[in-house]
Design a binder for this molecule. Structure first.
Ligand code: IMP
Length: 199
């Protein structure tokens, strides 16, 4: 089964391929398809669906899309669907470090530091067959950054189940606990079922 991945990001593709046990994914740009839909949903599921439907309407073949972010309880669920753009304004984009330092600043004085990473995955097999899987990784926002592994907000995210800051987790271990790892494992079960049905 050929599966398109609704993203423009080759690193994301590599990560998702690994998480899906080597399942071959095709990026739209690899086939010269221009793809940059406006992610204006108010939830991760809406955004994953927007991306999957936009690409499906072009390729008319199975499509996978994802959307992720961080929800912090004391900030009313922010940055949420705006996680990738947190603190950016028209003129300036913050670096990953500037973003998590801004988060630490906004968390000053907050007693409840609980937070959740969320990933929504959307698989469209045909216009009538659509699957959504949403998973979480529960944690706490640390008071200072630590660790060098991972990306994004990992240096300030303490993973409850691992008892460690995400950026301190040995490479590979993060997949066990992460929102994306959990969602991808469930998606792989679904994809395997589809493949077996086709055999
Ligand atoms: P995306 O939808 O996967 O691009 O994720 C949106 C933003 O959430 C990213 O730009 C990261 O800053 C952040 N993010 C998502 N997953 C993680 C993670 O596992 N660790 C740290 N940051 C993450």
């Amino acid at each position: 089964m050929k599966l398109y991945f609704a993203s423009g990001n080759s690193h994301k593709k590599e990560e998702m391929t690994r998480l899906l046990g080597g399942f071959a994914l095709v990026l739209p740009k690899e086939e010269g398809i221009e793809f940059d839909p406006e992610e204006n949903g108010s939830t991760f599921i809406e955004n994953a669906l927007i991306k999957a439907e936009a690409l499906y309407s072009i390729v008319h073949q199975p499509v996978l899309a994802d959307d992720s972010g961080l929800m912090v309880k004391a900030l009313g669920g922010a940055p949420g669907v705006h996680t990738a753009r947190y603190g950016d304004d028209a003129g300036k984009k913050l670096s990953a470090r500037e973003k998590y330092m801004l988060l630490l600043k906004n968390m000053e004085g907050k007693e409840d530091r609980s937070a959740t990473f969320v990933t929504a995955l959307c698989l469209i097999l045909s216009p009538e067959r659509k699957y959504i899987i949403q998973e979480t990784c529960e944690g706490e926002i640390a008071t200072s950054p630590s660790g060098t592994n991972g990306f994004g907000y990992d240096p300030v995210f303490f993973v409850n189940d691992a008892g460690m800051i995400a950026a301190e987790l040995p490479e590979g271990d993060k997949d066990i606990y992460s929102h994306r790892g959990k969602a991808a494992r469930k998606m792989l079960t679904l994809l395997k079922e589809e493949l077996n049905d086709k055999e």
